[in-house]
Design a protein around this ligand. Sequence first.
Ligand SMILES: Cc1ncc(COP(=O)(O)O)c(C=O)c1O
Length: 357
Amino acid sequence: MKETIKKLQSYQPAPLPEEVEKKYNLKRLARLSANENSYGQSPRVVTALQHFDFNELNYYPDGYATQLRARVANKLKVDGDNIIFGVGLDEIIAYLSRVFLEPGDEVIVSQPTFSEYALNAQIEGAKVIEVPVQEPSGKQNLAKMVDLMNSRTKMVWLCNPNNPTGVYESVADLRSFMQKVPQDVLVLIDEAYIQFVTDAQPATALPLLKEFDNIAIMRTFSKIYGLANLRVGFIVMSQQLANYVQTIRLPYNLNSLSQLAASVALDDQAFVEDVRAKNRVERDRWEQFFRQVGLQSYHSQANFVYFKTDQAAALGKKLLLNGYQIREGLAPDALRISVGKAADNVAMQKIIADTLQ
Ligand SMILES: Cc1ncc(COP(=O)(O)O)c(C=O)c1O
């Protein structure tokens, strides 16, 4: 048994809506705690899955995800061999940590950020160095990260836009950061929420792949494509790095249904545009609300908002009792809410305003 594992706590997935409904005697629960897509998934994906040939379940899936790979490569204008697919980005985060980290190595992350980077680093026995985001902007402190790099530093995780703050870092800022990062430090840009960005177009750091060998870009089908259930994520990185990760990738990690769904989802740009537009309207409404009631929040470019309150626990409970499950526990004085549909956002805002009166 690895000693490191004994000391760690596992990731806590959101509880099942049915269980929560039963426990609190709710007619309906809106799950806004996991940054899922409030607008469902592309109808084209549903149709494609309905036409899936279920008589070939006895065969292993395409271990190279050939069709999906070709479509992603074409869409992102990258070489197909530079892509590694995973069972969600969760699997990619585990793979990367397994390949690149040894006990005693150091990994730099922002505080707060997505918790799985640190958890996976710790599983490998690496030390996690946390760099608080800057106040009041919530921007990640890239200069401080450079200052903290030393010969033990192996990886830097940059979630962009960052979960849970929603704050976006520009490509120009990331480029000037990369120019200061030693070449043997791997920089992982997690773009799980990049398609929700509206402040910059294009928002992605993909162009940096051509400029730096030690950068990698991660994407998922769980968020704007609304396919969280089917578990498809991927990373694009230099050929040499991709070869290392490929060595440990489980041979048939993506099942055929997931490969099909992701391929079809990629082609439905209209769905993506629609979700982005609706999310933007509702996110703006949240920002305006926070300003009106005087709550401190960051300028989110994702599909969730994060705000500070000394009544976090009470508010979380109140929202839950009214059928809104949001994300608590990220910090004692903060809450994160996935942007919901208009009526739900209005209802939640009323509950918050009434509670804080
Ligand atoms: C920043 C970030 N990265 C990765 C993931 C994992 O995504 P996936 O569903 O692709 O495993 C999440 C999920 O919430 C996330 O917020």
